[in-house]
Write a protein that binds this ligand. Structure first.
Ligand code: S3P
Length: 176
């Protein structure tokens, strides 16, 4: 099986969906933010604060490069992974790129829960920042193989829809 690569903005459900999908497919779950935290022994927020976003983006691309040869995994990515086209080239080589979308207001509500862990949203007006970043990232989202808006969906339904579509894509491939 190809990897299932979850892309999307913070708060669209990548980690929760990814864990559940991995359980459905009985395959490993990998989280790029977690790889970075394990390698650096630092929290993402501390890397941003102490070394800046540019350094974080390098660490992120290193994590992606290390995953290029893997297959049969569910990979949840940090929301900004789409910013570097090379990341998507590598992840797409052996993976189905699944984009999770949500409305800005829904994202805003969801990220409140772990606000301190989202350094990019430490702004006076986080909702405006979410809208600005979403607009900036929109062109990069076109690379996705399939897209799902999770705003009004239950976790279970998101997981089952992705599973169905992935099996469809995989089936198409093996019969062609
Ligand atoms: C980021 C998203 C975060 C994390 C970092 C930067 C982004 O991951 O990688 O704070 O640029 O959107 P999640 O999308 O898992 O919250």
């Amino acid at each position: 099986m190809k990897n299932i690569v979850l892309l999307g903005f913070m708060g669209t459900g990548k980690s929760a969906v990814g864990r559940r999908l991995a359980a459905e497919f009985h395959c490993p779950f990998i989280d790029t933010d977690q790889i970075i935290e394990e390698r650096t022994h630092q929290r993402i927020a501390d890397i941003f604060a102490q070394q800046g976003e540019e350094k974080f983006r390098c660490l992120e691309s290193e994590a992606v490069a290390g995953l290029a040869e893997r297959s049969g995994c569910v990979i949840s990515t940090g929301g900004g992974i789409v910013l570097n086209p090379k990341n998507l080239d590598l992840l797409g080589k052996n993976g189905i790129l699944v984009l999770l979308r949500s409305r800005p207001e829904v994202i805003f509500k969801r990220v409140q829960k772990r606000a301190g862990q989202r350094p990019l949203l430490q702004k006076a007006d986080p909702l405006s920042e979410i809208k600005r970043l979403l607009a900036e990232r929109e062109p990069f989202y076109q690379r996705a193989d399939l897209t799902l808006d999770t705003s009004d969906m239950r976790l279970d339904d998101v997981v089952q829809q992705i599973k169905r579509k992935v099996l469809e894509i995989e089936g198409r491939k093996s019969s062609s």
